[in-house]
Design a protein around this ligand. Structure first.
Ligand code: URA
Length: 177
């Protein structure tokens, strides 16, 4: 690998996006999701009403595996203390896990992504929304409907939170009148 790819984005983000590992472009630029999968991720974020500046983006592995092969258990073990600390520091409300590797780590499960996606999972203080990896949806277009539905769900959740917060503020103001 050329360099580590630690993570990028808003340290106050309400939404943390977790991918698998840097690819060729990420390794060259030092930033996650800057290649084709990243371009599609930007479109998916827009579906949820989000931009890259709103979220924090990290990967399970911080270094590109040779020829983009799957992460090995010892590599996951070496890198996840960093992801754990990123999660703790950013303290997001939502974690969106992209694909099997990040979903397995965040939810500590062996269940596959196809069964887990489309639902909200709770782990500790976090609400986790697992979805397909954008690269998998580019490769297998039958996954596009599902992945876009998952980002619609994220929009719904964020909009509902915003409406609830506004109602709370309006109530407080009414109580002061
Ligand atoms: N795929 C990932 O999982 N992460 C990246 O940063 C880029 C592609």
């Amino acid at each position: 690998r050329t360099q580590t790819v630690f993570g990028v984005g808003n340290p106050e983000a309400r939404v943390l996006i977790v991918g698998e590992a840097p690819g060729k472009n990420e390794d060259l630029q030092g930033e996650p999701f800057v290649g084709a999968a990243g371009k599609y991720l930007n479109e998916l974020l827009a579906i949820a009403g989000l931009s890259r500046e709103d979220v924090y983006i990290a990967n399970v592995l911080k270094c590109r595996p040779p020829s983009n092969r799957d992460p090995r258990p010892e590599e996951i073990q070496a890198c996840t203390p960093f992801l754990r600390e990123q999660t703790r520091t950013i303290n997001p409300e939502y974690i969106v896990t992209l694909g099997n590797f990040s979903t397995k780590f965040i939810l500590q499960t062996n269940t596959g992504i196809t069964r887990l996606r489309g639902k909200i999972h709770v782990t500790g203080p976090f609400r986790v929304i697992p979805t397909f990896h954008p690269a998998a949806a580019i490769y297998d277009r039958s996954k596009i409907g599902a992945i876009e539905q998952d980002f619609d769900l994220i929009k719904l959740l964020l909009d509902t939170d915003a409406a609830r917060e506004k109602a709370g503020r309006d109530d407080e103001e009414a109580n002061h009148d």
